[in-house]
Write a protein that binds this ligand. Structure first.
Ligand code: NAI
Ligand code: MG
Length: 497
C-alpha cells in the first residue's frame, strides 16, 4: 500500500510534545503529565499532549475572565471582531493541506474527507460568523405600564467551556469557537484526548491572527480530569458540549452547581427512509454514504435504513454492493474510502455489536470482521458492516454504535415507518426518499428530529440550524441560533418623565 510520507511541516509540529494554551502562552500542565497521541492507522505514537487538570482549568478560567472583563477584547469594535474572524478563516485555508494531513494522522479519516470536508467546513464557519458581530442587535419594546423607553441589548454569556469529540476534531473546534468569538465571549476549549492536534494547531493560528491573550484557552486532557473540571467550574458561565449522551448527562448535572447555561449535541440513531417510488439508485447511494461517511463516526449517521418492502431486496443489494466496494486502508492513501476507527476502544465496541446483531437474529449481509492483514495489522480497522432484517426494537437498531455499521429494516406503509422511525430515544437527523412531494412534507412533519433531509442526506451549512430532539440534546448550533447560545439578553427600562 502506498501512503504519502509525512510532510516536513507536520513532522516539525510533532517533534515536541504539545502544550496547553493559557493566557496567550503555551505552557505545560501544572502536573507536567503527558498523554500519548496515537496514529489509529499504524498504532504508532505521533507525539504527546499535556494532560490538563483542575489547576490548569483554574488558570485558564482566570485568564478568560480577565480577557472578558477588561483589555483589548472588551474594547474591540464589532467590525474589528469581524476582520479577526475572517483572518482566522484565511489562515485555515492557507494551512489547509497541513491541517488535513494532521487530522488524518491523528483521527485516521481519509485525507479527502479531511481536506475537502473538515478543513473547508472549518474555514467556512469562521467566515460565516465573521459577518455576525455587526448584526447582533437588540429591540425596543412597546411596553404599556408607564412612560418608559424599554430596550434590550445582547451581551456575551461570559466565560464559555467548550468540550468537543474526536470524530470531527478541527471542525468541532471551529463550530464552537466561531460564534463564541463573534459575540465577544471568552473560551476554554477542551479537545478530545484522542484527537487534540488540529485544535492545538488552530490555537497557533488564532494567535497569529491576533486573538488577544486569554480569549481562547486550550486545555487538553482527559474527560475525567480536564473535562470534568470545566463542567464543574463555578466561574464558567456556559458549557457547550458535543459527545456521548452519557457524558451529556454529567455535564447537565455538573452545571447545576452554578446554574450554568448548557447546550448539548449528543448521539443519534437516525432513520433514512426509502419509499418504493424514490429514485432507487440515488436513494441507495444516499443511504450508503449517509452511514459510511467518516467510517460512520458521525452523530447524524443514518444508521437505520428503512426500505419499503416491495423494493427492499433491490435496495439492500445496492447497499451491500456499495459496502463491498469500499477500500479499507490508511487514510493518507488517496485511494482509501474507509480509514481506521479512531481507537481500539471504539473498534472493540463496534465488533461487540456485530456479535449482538448475530445473537439477535439479524442477517449479516456483509463485513463485520476486523481487518488485520499486512500493513493494517497494527491499526484499528473494521470492514463496513451491513445487517438485514434487523428488528427496530433490537439493540443494533436502538443503540448508537458509531461505526461503519448499518441495519436495514423493511416497512410496509408510511404510518408504520413513522412509528418505527420515532421509536428511538434519539432524534437528531432523518432522511426521506420519495418522489411524492405531499408525502415528503408530511413525513418531514411527522418525524421527531432536529434535521430532515429530503431526497438527500446529511447536508450541513453554517447558515442552517444544527441540533437534536429528545436525547440527542438541546440547543441549536449554526446560524442565528448559535448567537443565542452565547449571548444573554439584558432589558433596560428608562423612565421618560
Ligand atoms: P465522550 O462523550 O466520552 O467524549 C466526548 C468529549 O467529552 C471528550 O472531549 C471527552 O474528553 C469529554 N468527556 C468525557 N468524560 C467527561 C466528563 N466526565 N466530563 C466532561 N467531559 C468529559 O465520548 P467517547 O467516550 O469518546 O465515545 C463514546 C461514544 O459516544 C461513541 O461510541 C459515540 O456513540 C458517542 N459519541 C458521540 C459523538 C457525537 O458527535 N454525538 C462524538 C463522540 C462520541
Ligand atoms: Mg467517554
Amino acid at each position: 500500500m502506498e501512503t504519502r510520507a509525512i510532510s516536513a511541516t507536520v513532522a516539525r509540529f510533532l517533534l515536541e510534545s504539545k502544550k496547553l494554551l493559557i493566557n496567550g502562552e503555551w505552557m505545560e500542565s501544572s502536573s507536567s503529565d503527558l498523554l500519548p497521541v496515537m496514529n489509529p492507522a499504524t498504532g504508532e505514537r505521533l507525539t504527546y499532549i499535556a494532560a490538563g487538570n483542575e489547576e490548569d482549568v483554574d488558570r485558564a478560567v482566570a485568564a478568560a475572565r480577565a480577557a472578558l472583563e477588561k483589555g483589548d477584547w472588551k474594547k474591540m469594535t464589532p467590525m474589528d471582531r469581524s476582520k479577526l474572524l475572517w483572518k482566522i478563516a484565511d489562515l485555515i485555508d492557507l494551512h489547509a493541506d497541513e491541517l488535513a494531513e494532521l487530522e488524518t494522522l491523528d483521527n485516521g479519516k481519509p485525507i479527502s474527507i479531511s481536506r475537502n470536508g473538515d478543513v473547508k467546513a472549518s474555514s467556512n464557519v469562521f467566515r460565516y460568523y465573521a459577518g455576525w458581530p455587526t448584526k447582533i442587535v437588540g429591540e425596543t419594546n412597546p411596553v404599556s405600564n408607564g412612560n418608559y423607553l424599554n430596550y434590550t441589548v445582547r451581551e456575551p454569556v461570559g466565560v464559555v467551556g467548550q468540550i468537543i469529540p474526536w470524530n470531527y476534531p478541527l471542525m468541532m473546534a471551529a463550530w464552537k469557537l466561531a460564534p463564541a468569538l463573534a459575540v465577544g465571549a471568552t473560551v476554554i476549549l477542551k479537545p478530545a484526548e484522542q484527537t487534540s492536534l488540529t485544535a492545538i494547531r488552530l490555537g497557533e493560528l488564532l494567535i497569529e491572527a491576533g486573538v488577544p491573550a486569554g480569549v481562547v484557552n486550550i486545555v487538553t486532557g482527559t474527560g475525567k480530569k480536564a473535562g470534568a473540571a470545566i463542567a464543574n467550574h463555578p466561574r464558567i458561565d456556559k458549557v457547550a458540549f458535543t459527545g456521548s449522551t452519557e457524558v451529556g448527562r454529567h455535564i447537565m448535572q455538573a452545571g447545576a452547581v452554578n446554574i450554568k447555561r448548557t447546550s448539548l449535541e449528543l448521539g443519534g440513531k437516525s432513520p433514512n427512509i426509502i419509499f418504493a417510488d424514490a429514485d432507487l439508485e440515488a436513494a441507495s447511494l444516499g443511504a450508503s454514504e449517509g452511514v459510511f461517511y467518516n467510517m460512520g463516526q458521525d452523530c447524524t449517521a443514518g444508521s437505520r435504513v428503512f426500505v419499503q418492502r416491495q423494493v427492499y431486496e433491490q435496495v439492500l443489494e445496492r447497499i451491500v454492493q456499495y459496502a463491498e466496494n469500499l477500500r479499507v486502508g490508511n487514510g493518507l492513501d488517496p485511494l482509501t474510502d474507509i480509514g481506521p476507527i479512531v481507537s481500539e476502544e471504539q473498534v472493540e465496541r463496534i465488533s461487540s455489536y456485530v456479535e449482538i446483531g448475530l445473537e439477535e437474529g439479524a442477517t449479516l449481509m456483509s463485513g463485520g470482521k476486523r481487518v488485520t492483514d499486512g500493513v493494517l495489522k497494527h491499526g484499528h480497522f473494521i470492514q463496513p458492516t451491513v445487517f438485514a432484517n434487523a428488528r427496530n426494537d433490537s439493540r443494533i437498531a436502538q443503540e448508537e454504535i458509531f461505526g461503519p455499521f448499518v441495519s436495514v429494516i423493511p416497512f410496509d406503509d408510511a404510518e408504520e415507518v413513522i412509528s418505527l422511525a420515532n421509536d428511538s430515544i434519539y432524534g437528531l437527523g432523518a432522511g426521506i426518499w420519495t418522489r411524492d412531494i405531499g408525502r415528503a412534507h408530511s413525513m418531514a412533519k411527522s418525524i421527531k428530529s432536529g434535521m430532515i433531509w429530503i431526497n438527500s442526506y446529511g447536508a450541513v451549512d453554517p447558515a442552517s440550524p444544527f441540533g437534536g430532539y429528545k436525547m440527542s440534546g438541546y440547543g441549536r448550533e449554526m446560524g442565528a441560533y448559535a448567537i443565542d447560545l452565547y449571548t444573554e439578553t439584558k432589558t433596560v427600562w428608562v423612565k421618560m418623565d
